[in-house]
Design a protein around this ligand. Structure first.
Ligand code: ADP
Ligand code: SF4
Length: 692
C-alpha cells in the first residue's frame, strides 16, 4: 500500500470538540439526501459508509424538532417525539461502528415550512407569508410560543442524546431556520426583547445554545451552524457587519462553529458558477474571533488545499457534503496515500435534485450512492469475478468507462474500444462548454484508474462495426464472449420532442443545428434561435456559448423559465440571470410551430397567438436518438453471434435510454455488478415500507 506523504499528517491530527475528541480533521457536515425519516435503513447505511471511509464526524441532514416545523413531502429527518428515536439510532450505531462521531442538525423551519401535513399554522418572529408561493401565512410568536420553542428544542436535544448522538446542533444556517428568522432584520419586526437591536435579535439563538449545553453538554458537544453572509449586501446579514457581530457576541459559547453562507443555493453553488473554496472570502474571519474549532465548506477535493486551509488558520476541520457524497472514502484515500484514487465531486448538484424530488439521492460520480442498503453496493468493494470470461465494452463515454472500471475491479478481462482518439464521450465534449470544465472529472477519475489495470486494454480511435466485433471475438488477442454497447446517443435534428411528436414543419427553410453540431465545432450563422424542449442545462449553456462567441441569441422554451429542470440543481436563477446579463433574448411559454426562410413562427402556450421571429440559424435542443444501430446489426445476425461464441450483448447508458450523465454512469455500473450475478427477477432492490 502506498505511504502517505507526511505533508498531509496535519489532516490526521485529533481535535477536541467540547467533551469529545474527533480522530482527524474530516467533517461530513449536515446534508439532505431524500432518505430522511422515510428511509432510515437507507440513510443509516449511507452514513455508516461515510464513517467507514474515515470521516471523523458524520452528521445527519436537517432533523425537524416538532410538528410546527413540518417540511411536508421532503424526506428530511424527524424527531418530533420519542417514537422517532429508534430510526435515528440506526444511524448512530452505523457511524459508531467505525469510530466516528455522529452529529445531528436539529431544526425548526419557522416560516420556511408550510406545515401541509400537520396543518398547524407555521410560526415566525413576526406575522409573515411562508417563503414559497403556498397560500399560507405564519403567525407571530407570543412569549409563550418562544418558551415552547425552547422547550421543544431542549426535548429534541435530550432525545438526540438518547439516540446516542455526540454532537448536537443549534442551527441558524441558511435562511430556512427559525433562529435565522429571529436574527434577521428582514423577518423580525418584534418590539420586545427578541426584536430590534442585534443584541435582542440574537437573544433566542443564545438562549437555545445555553439550553442545549445545559441539557446535553455533559456528554455531547454543542455545535452551531450559522450563515455569516446571505449574499444580499446591506439588505441581509453580511460577514462584514451583522454576521461578524453574531460571531463576536457568541464566540466562546458553542463547542464548535460550522459556518457557511446562505441560502442553500449559495452554500451549494454548482461548479458552473463557483469554484473550490468559494466561501473563504466570507467565512475567513471567524477563526480570529473564537478559540473554538471552526468548520467550513467549499467543495474541497484537493488534499493540498485542505492542508493549507488548516495551516493558514481558515478552519480547523474540513467540512464536506458533496465531496463526501462523491467519495465517501476521501479521508481514507488521503490517509493511505492513494490520492489518485480520489473520486472528485464535479459540482453538478444531481445529489441535491434527489432531495428536492424526495427520492434517495444519486451522484454523478458515485453510482453506489443511495444503493448502499437497497442493493448492498459498497463504493470500494465489489463482488470478484465468477469466471474467466472476457468482456468487450464498446464506447468510452461515462457508461462505458464506468462499466469497464467496475468489471476491471471485479477482475474480468475487459477490452474497451472507443471510436474517437479521446475517451470520455459526452463528458469530454460537454466539459468544453462554458463553466462545465469540472465535468471532465467523470472521465479523468476513471481513465486514471483504468490505465493501471493489467486486465483492461483500451483501444482509442477504434470504431467497431458488427463484423469487427464478430471477427475480433474469436482472436486470441481479444477473446471475449460478452459485449456491452455503450455507444451513446445523438441529438435529433427534426424537432421531435415533448411538444412535437412529428417533425417541425419547414425545417429545410433554415440552417438547422443540434447540440452535437455545435459541440463538434460547426459554426452558426448570424442570429441564432434556440428551441429548448429538453429543459435541463443544454439549451441554456449553448445560449451562453453562442452569445459569448458574438451571435445574437434568442432562446425559446415552452416552459415558464429557462433550463427549468435546474431548479432541482438550484442553478436556475443563476442561469437565467447570466443569460439576461449577457443580452440573450428569453422567450418562455412559447412553442416553435413552423420554420420559414429567415424566420420561425412561435405560438403562445396560452392564447395560440403567433409571432414571427427572424433568425439565420435554428438550434434544436429536443430529444436524442439512442445510437443503437450496432446493437440492431448484431441482433440481425444470430448465426454470426453464435459462431463467434458471443453469449450476451447488452446496451448500457445513453444507447439504452438517453438521460443524464449520472444515469449513464449508474447504468454502466449496474451492468458490471449484475454481470454473471443472480439478479432477482422482480424488483432488483429492497424497499423500505411501513409495516402494518
Ligand atoms: P454514454 O453517456 O452512454 O456513456 P456517450 O455518448 O458519452 O454515451 O459515449 C458513447 C461513446 O461511444 C462515444 O465516445 C462514441 O465515440 C463511442 N462509440 C459510439 N459508437 C462506437 C463504435 N461503433 N465503436 C466504438 N466506439 C463507439
Ligand atoms: Fe458532486 Fe454531482 Fe455527486 Fe453531487 S452529484 S456529489 S455535485 S458529483
Amino acid at each position: 500500500m502506498p505511504q502517505r506523504d507526511p505533508f498531509y499528517d496535519i489532516l490526521f491530527e485529533p481535535l477536541q470538540i467540547g467533551p469529545l475528541k474527533a480522530k482527524n480533521r474530516f467533517y461530513q457536515v449536515p446534508h439532505c439526501n431524500g432518505m430522511g425519516y422515510l428511509r432510515p435503513k437507507t440513510l443509516a447505511a449511507m452514513r455508516g459508509i461515510k464513517a467507514e471511509g474515515g470521516w471523523a464526524v458524520v452528521c445527519t441532514e436537517e432533523v425537524e424538532i416538532h410538528a410546527t416545523s413540518d417540511n411536508g413531502i421532503a424526506a428530511e429527518g424527524r424527531l418530533w417525539d420519542d417514537s422517532d428515536i429508534p430510526a435515528l439510532t440506526k444511524m448512530t450505531e452505523a457511524v459508531h461502528e467505525h469510530d466516528a462521531l455522529a452529529g445531528i442538525e436539529l431544526v425548526h423551519g419557522g416560516f420556511s415550512n408550510s406545515n401541509h401535513y400537520s396543518r398547524i399554522p407555521p410560526i415566525a418572529p413576526s406575522m409573515i407569508s411562508v417563503n414559497n408561493y403556498d397560500p399560507v401565512q405564519a403567525r407571530s410568536m407570543t412569549k409563550a410560543d418562544i418558551r415552547d420553542f425552547r422547550k421543544w428544542h431542549r426535548q429534541a436535544a435530550l432525545r438526540a442524546k438518547q439516540a446516542d448522538f455526540d454532537l448536537i446542533y443549534v442551527y441558524a444556517g441558511h435562511c430556512l431556520t427559525l433562529l435565522m428568522h429571529f436574527l434577521s432584520r428582514r423577518f423580525n419586526q418584534r418590539t420586545d426583547e427578541y426584536g430590534g437591536s442585534m443584541e435582542n435579535r440574537v437573544r433566542l439563538f443564545r438562549e437555545v445554545i445555553e439550553d442545549t449545553k445545559e441539557a446535553v453538554g455533559d456528554k455531547c458537544a454543542v455545535a452551531v451552524r450559522f450563515a455569516v453572509d446571505e449574499l444580499l449586501g446591506p439588505k441581509g446579514i453580511t460577514s462584514e457587519n451583522e454576521g461578524r457581530e453574531v460571531v463576536e457576541m457568541l464566540a466562546e459559547l458553542p463547542d464548535l462553529w460550522d459556518v457557511n453562507i446562505s441560502e442553500w443555493e449559495n452554500d451549494s453553488a454548482t461548479s458552473r458558477f463557483e469554484k473550490e473554496g468559494f466561501q473563504e472570502t466570507y467565512i475567513g474571519f471567524v477563526k480570529s474571533l473564537t478559540s473554538k474549532p471552526v468548520v467550513g465548506v467549499g467543495r474541497y477535493t484537493s488534499p493540498d488545499k485542505m492542508v493549507s486551509l488548516i495551516k493558514q488558520g481558515v478552519m480547523d476541520m474540513i467540512g464536506a457534503a458533496r465531496p463526501s457524497i462523491a467519495d465517501p472514502f476521501l479521508p481514507k484515500k488521503i490517509e493511505e496515500g492513494r490520492l489518485d484514487e480520489i473520486r472528485e465531486c464535479i459540482g453538478c448538484n444531481i445529489c441535491v435534485a434527489g432531495d428536492w424530488l424526495a427520492v434517495p439521492m444519486r451522484c454523478t460520480q458515485n453510482p453506489t450512492m443511495g444503493e448502499e442498503w437497497r442493493r448492498g453496493w459498497h463504493p470500494e468493494r465489489i463482488e470478484p469475478r465468477k469466471s474467466n470470461e472476457g468482456v468487450l465494452v464498446v464506447g468510452g463515454g461515462p457508461a462505458g468507462l464506468e462499466c469497464a472500471l467496475a468489471l476491471g475491479n471485479r477482475g474480468y478481462r475487459v477490452i474497451l474500444a472507443e471510436s474517437c482518439e479521446e475517451l470520455g464521450g459526452r463528458v469530454s465534449r460537454e466539459s468544453r462548454l462554458p463553466g462545465l470544465a469540472e465535468w471532465g472529472r467523470v472521465r479523468d477519475y476513471r481513465m486514471g484508474l483504468l490505465e493501471k489495470f493489467e486486465n483492461v486494454t483500451i483501444y482509442c480511435g477504434s470504431k467497431l462495426s458488427a463484423e469487427d466485433i464478430l471477427e475480433f471475438s474469436a482472436e486470441d488477442k481479444f477473446g471475449f464472449s460478452h459485449v456491452m454497447l455503450a455507444t451513446g446517443a445523438t441529438w435529433r435534428c427534426d424537432g421531435i420532442g415533448r411538444e412535437h411528436r412529428g417533425p417541425i414543419p419547414g425545417l429545410s427553410n433554415l440552417s438547422v443545428l443540434t447540440p452535437d453540431n455545435v459541440m463538434n465545432g460547426v459554426s452558426a450563422n448570424g442570429k441564432v434561435l434556440i428551441f429548448d424542449d429538453e429543459h435541463y442545462y443544454m439549451g441554456g449553456v449553448l445560449a451562453e456559448k453562442l452569445k459569448l462567441e458574438g451571435h445574437e441569441v434568442q432562446i425559446v422554451t415552452p416552459a415558464s423559465d429557462i433550463s427549468t429542470w435546474t431548479h432541482n440543481t438550484m442553478e436556475q436563477f443563476r442561469i437565467q440571470k447570466r443569460l439576461l446579463e449577457l443580452g440573450v433574448k428569453i422567450t418562455p411559454q412559447h412553442n416553435l410551430v413552423s420554420v420559414h426562410p429567415g424566420a420561425v413562427k412561435l405560438e403562445c402556450n396560452f392564447t395560440d397567438k403567433s409571432t414571427i421571429h427572424e433568425c439565420q440559424t435554428l438550434l434544436l435542443v429536443t430529444e436524442r436518438f439512442p445510437n443503437d444501430d450496432l446493437h440492431k446489426s448484431l441482433l440481425d445476425n444470430p448465426e454470426g453471434i453464435d459462431q463467434a461464441g458471443i453469449k450476451t450483448i447488452q446496451c448500457i447508458g445513453d444507447c439504452l435510454a438517453p438521460g443524464i450523465i449520472a444515469a449513464a454512469v449508474h447504468s454502466g455500473h449496474l451492468a458490471a455488478r449484475e454481470f454473471e450475478a443472480n439478479v432477482p427477477e422482480d424488483i432488483p432492490f429492497l424497499r423500505e415500507r411501513i409495516l402494518l
